[in-house]
Design a protein around this ligand. Structure first.
Ligand code: C6P
Length: 412
């Protein structure tokens, strides 16, 4: 185990508690991460000192709030290496960002007979917007399939992406199997065929260095709350020429240039896509989360999570009657691990683990087509973040063994 960046316990007040008389082990980070004191303080400071609406007032608080908000945008720009701050649009979250692209770029560019290509491991947020757009426009929705060990099948992607493809939309990391997709290669294939490509970074940005210019991705979406910011704030990155050519998503205050009785013109990016009062405090909190993550270092975070997976995955796979879905090799995994215990419903597993203080998610994880592909209706899912420890992994393994014993699994 890499112990370099092991002790963050003091920074995360919520982790310092017992549930059901056991030490809390929070392994539901793919659903939402916990917030460090630094992010909570940034929020409190904003509300106690600077709170005002942005881009509207000339009074001191309005100017401070505007600076805080735009500073947060610049922090995100640097964090993902976007070419300019105006390429970073604040949204409500990853779901909102993906819907924005479908409702604007998709509406404008998809015609009958065009093809949209996604993968079978997509979260519903990167599936339903394209499914509904395809239906509305009489376009064809195609799915890139998985290899036998749960990775995105690049050969199938080469086959599915054709000159008829107008949009490719693929997750950067699976929220079910922890698989990292070859996004850069997919970008190259999509561009060879003249298609734009959308990356869903919800499970990637919090866990690994992401460089949108190096990926050369056209659009990239992610949520703040999975990277320790407040909920209700997210990001859509887009290439400026594409964003400028797109129609607005919503109409209202602050997204306009001029409004007359019969016609209106739009503000430049990013404001064209930020109609109405935004989640200003959320953006400030996201900026603080970016500061925290940058201070720890995304490479360090990735290394720490990898060492946790190296430690826990082989132990999990070795437990009789436990099935792990997706890649079985730790180096092919993020900190997300889905599993089932033979004969038990994942909800019962999650409830039993909670009795031992271990918080995991159970269900279809908003990826029902993937569940169908895996031949299950649901899984239990443990998802690690850099503040988790080897002791957390030990408590998970112990709790799984106790759950098996409690339900007499493997003893008859
Ligand atoms: N996945 C999970 O427990 P929102 O809900 O907008 O913040 O993020 C949507 C989303 C999009 N793509 C991927 C790959 C995701 O994992 C998620 C959110 C959570 O797996 C909640 S369902």
């Amino acid at each position: 185990m890499d112990n370099n960046i092991n002790d963050f316990s003091g920074d995360f007040p919520v982790l310092d508690q017992q549930v059901n008389d056991e030490r809390l082990v929070y392994l539901d980070n793919a659903a939402t991460a916990q917030r460090p004191r630094q992010v909570i303080k940034a929020l409190t400071d904003f509300y106690e000192q600077d709170n005002a609406n942005v881009h509207r007032g000339v009074h001191t608080l309005a100017e401070r709030a505007t600076k805080d908000y735009e500073d947060a945008r610049q922090k995100v720009q640097v964090f993902i290496n976007a070419p300019a701050a105006h390429d970073v649009i604040f949204t409500k979250g990853c779901t909102d960002s993906l819907n924005l692209i479908a409702a604007t770029y998709g509406e404008q560019n998809i015609k009958p007979g065009d093809e949209i290509v996604i993968s079978i491991m997509e979260h519903h947020s990167n599936l339903i917007p394209w499914q509904q757009l395809a239906k509305k426009k009489q376009a064809v929705l195609k799915y890139i399939e998985l290899t036998a060990d749960g990775e995105l099948d690049l050969a199938d992607a080469k086959h599915k992406i054709t000159d008829k493809t107008k949009i490719v939309a693929v997750t950067h990391a699976s929220n079910v199997m922890g698989t990292v997709t070859p996004l850069k290669e997919l970008v190259a294939i999509a561009h060879q065929h003249g298609a734009v490509i959308v990356g869903d970074g919800a499970q990637a940005v919090p866990h690994m260095p992401v460089n949108v210019q190096d990926l050369d991705v056209d659009f990239y979406a992610f949520s703040g709350h999975k990277m320790m910011s407040p909920m209700g704030i997210g990001v859509l990155y887009g290439k400026a020429d594409l964003l400028r050519a797109m129609p607005p998503y919503q109409y209202g205050g602050e997204m306009i240039n001029d409004v007359h009785r019969d016609q209106s013109t739009w503000a430049d990016i990013p404001f064209k896509f930020e109609a109405g009062t935004q989640n200003i405090a959320g953006a400030v909190g996201l900026g603080a989360a970016v500061d925290y993550l940058s201070h720890v270092g995304m490479k360090n975070i990735q290394r720490k999570e990898q060492s946790l997976v190296n430690y826990v995955l082989p132990q999990l796979i070795a437990i009789p009657d436990v099935q792990v879905y997706g890649p079985q090799l730790p180096q092919k995994h993020t900190g997300v691990i889905s599993f089932n215990i033979k004969g038990l419903h994942p909800h019962d597993v999650a409830t039993a683990l909670d009795m031992d203080g271990v918080a995991v998610r159970a269900g279809h994880h908003c990826a029902q087509p993937l569940m169908e592909e895996l031949g299950v209706t649901a899984t239990a899912r443990a998802s690690f973040y850099f503040y988790n420890t080897k002791e957390d992994a030990d408590q998970l393994i112990k709790a799984i063994n106790e759950t098996k014993e409690f339900f007499n699994i493997g003893t008859i």
